[in-house]
Design a binder for this molecule. Structure first.
Ligand SMILES: O=C(O)CCC(=O)C(=O)O
Ligand SMILES: [Fe+2]
Length: 436
């Protein structure tokens, strides 16, 4: 909810600030744009002058049910994102008061893109099921963004959080190994699926050729065989062969679009939307499966096992799979930047009470469960990229220890034939065991 304040109420606020003799002090040495105004009893007022705010939910347990944010100066578009995938851009106009309560306070993330302009958003009326509804439409018109100052009011509280919205709640545990199913699925929704939807175009421009070990594996596929590529991304692994049936499955619709381009010229290849946990294909339908750089995006051991169980289910007895995942050990790959030493990861993002460190790209992994930044560049009409990244998005990864992938396979009717390390990835070639 956004309330437009009058000049009168602004004056009242300034009066309150002066009346209570609030003192402004520097909040953080690194971020000079953020100040905290001293607390009056239980009220904490934060004063921000900044270009952008990363997407977040304000911590549940330390603050009360209502958070207010008064906007001064320029208007701005605030992005609201729900873990179900919904996205609502809201224009927060100058001299308005944003009231965060209920689901908006507890279950949606809000943030402001760091840029010097904002799109113009209009409400368009549409007819849905005989009823007139308003939908927000992002137009191609832009508004220059000036300096914006916001004052956020939070009432502090003590004790465990009592909110009914646990997905983004900080009071949950912080052990990814024991993450609950609903939290794991929300985490993947926020930090895998939603991210891939947004980066699909840019991601695709960075993926061109199959890795040598994938080429080596698929070379053995004989004519007439059925090959599934699960989590196919932009389809770079699809072989230019018409004598085998190739089905590429991908969960991200953005990547699926990219993949469609790739498979267009290949006679017996097609791509379909598929989630590795469910993959609605017939049991034992495949002679070969490849699953490249996918399983590390599942956030609990049970879900990683379930993902590999799908591969086992889809293979016919005697069929083979190549599975690769990102390795924690990157010392024998080109990933590490020589000039960057390992850094203590101080930035933590909490999702469903799970605290995840944000990785510093091109440095050694310090943890197994982490968020890896993707600096998003816009793909222009002529397929070139914008010069500067326009946003940073965080992708969830579970980086594997040596033998961890093999151990998962061994819990299933899969015989590990080969297990190796290749350019920062742990890889296995496994064969489906006949269990009947
Ligand atoms: O600038 C705003 O309006 C909101 C600030 C905010 O979300 C925060 O400080 O948590
Ligand atoms: Fe906030």
């Amino acid at each position: 909810m956004v309330i437009n304040t009058t000049k009168d109420s602004l004056e009242k606020l300034i009066y309150l600030i002066i009346h209570f003799r609030l003192q402004i002090y520097l909040h953080s040495k690194n971020d000079k744009s953020k100040y905290k105004i001293k607390m009056v009893k239980r009220l904490l007022i934060t004063f921000i002058i900044s270009l952008g705010i990363p997407s977040h939910v304000d911590k549940h347990s330390p603050f009360g049910q209502t958070i207010l944010s008064l906007s001064l100066g320029s208007s701005v578009v605030m992005d609201w994102k729900h873990h179900s995938g919904k996205y609502v851009p809201v224009t927060v106009s100058a001299r308005s008061m944003l009231v965060m309560q209920g689901v908006a306070r507890y279950d949606w993330q809000h943030g402001i893109s760091s840029r010097t302009w904002d799109p113009v958003i209009i409400n368009r009326s549409v007819l849905s099921d005989g009823q007139q509804k308003f939908v927000k439409v992002i137009t191609s018109d832009k508004l220059e963004r000036g300096t914006r100052i916001s004052l956020t009011f939070r009432w502090t509280r003590k004790g465990p959080c009592e909110c009914p919205y646990k997905t983004l709640c900080d009071s949950m545990r912080d052990m990814p190994g024991q993450i609950e199913e609903n939290v794991a699925s929300s985490l993947e929704n926020l930090h895998v699926h939603q991210v891939y939807e947004q980066i699909a175009g840019h991601f695709s421009t960075t993926r061109h050729k199959p890795w040598p070990k994938v080429v080596e594996f698929t070379r053995q596929v004989p004519a007439g065989a059925v090959l599934l590529d699960l989590g196919c991304g932009n389809g770079k692994n699809i072989l230019d062969r018409n004598d085998i049936l190739q089905i590429a499955g991908e969960r991200s619709s953005g990547l699926l679009e990219e993949c469609r381009e790739h498979v267009r010229g290949v006679g017996a290849a097609d791509c379909v939307r598929a989630d590795l946990l469910l993959a609605a294909f017939k049991d034992q339908c495949a002679d070969f499966v490849i699953c490249i750089a996918v399983v590390h995006h599942f956030s609990s051991p049970a879900r990683r096992l379930q993902a590999i169980a799908t591969i086992a289910r889809l293979l016919r007895p005697g069929g083979r799979a190549l599975i690769t995942v990102w390795a924690k050990d990157q010392t024998k790959s080109n990933y590490l930047c020589k000039n960057k030493s390992a850094v203590e990861q101080k930035q933590l993002v909490t999702v469903g009470g799970v605290k995840l460190p944000v990785h510093e790209n091109r440095t050694e992994f310090q943890h197994n469960d982490l968020l890896v930044p993707w600096k998003l560049r816009r793909v222009k009409r002529d397929k070139t990229l914008s010069a500067q990244p326009e946003d940073t998005l965080l992708r969830y990864y579970h980086v594997f220890e040596e033998g961890e992938l093999d151990d998962l396979c061994k819990q299933l009717p899969l015989e590990v034939e080969k297990s190796f390390y290749e350019e920062g990835n742990w890889c296995v070639v496994c064969k489906k065991i006949n269990t009947t």
